[in-house]
Design a protein around this ligand. Sequence first.
Ligand code: ADE
Length: 243
Amino acid sequence: MKLSVLSLFPGIMRGFFESSIMARAVQRGLVSYDLVDIRDFANNKHNKVDDELFGGGPGMLMMPGALSLALEASGAPGPRVVYVTPGGRLFNQAYARDLAKEENLVLLCGRYEGIDQRIIDKYVTDEVSIGDYVLSSGEVAALAIVDAIYRLIPGVITGESLDEESFEGGLLEYPQYTRPAVYDTLRVPEVLVSGHHANIEAWRYRKRLEKTLLYRPDLLSGKGLDDQLRQLVQEILDQRGEE
Ligand code: ADE
């Protein structure tokens, strides 16, 4: 996958692309990337990229000129162009899986009050928010999106660790333990050291359900529950009521 990230502060992102799992994916040719400084495309004397709003209002807006040149230098219109904005559709794991299929992906980071609507109309295919809060920097949101996407590209991370993590199968992840088996008097759950794989699997599934019911019941309400699952959910709720 080729990732182009357009920003006024590409330096914020460089460390991510040059470190750890991403650096390895780049080195192995699974990912290539281009960090584009939008200001390089401002063809005015002071490299000005923003201006006041027509109609009035607080703050400054990014002007269309430099943005459109930067986008076209990255191949737009054509590839999917994700504009990272708190005013977009909410990002989630399914969205990450969908974007991970693209050969070419352009991410556009806004600053100030955002970007001129004509750029959105002409080039942007997806307006995406990472959550119901406002960051000062679209770059941080773009990195979250890049991180969620690239690790789903085949070969970047082994399949097994992807299958069992939070959101896969619509549930949060089960609790995990490593050595020592007793830490400061706290013991690892007995079932995990029993060697009984079916019991371990059943325990983990129940824990995923318990955690999802506690923190994210909304994930379950969108799911078709079969009788067995419905019974397990009821059991957990009854148990919680007794505690
Ligand atoms: N820019 C600022 N806040 C954001 C958010 N929550 N999601 C995406 N981009 C943003």
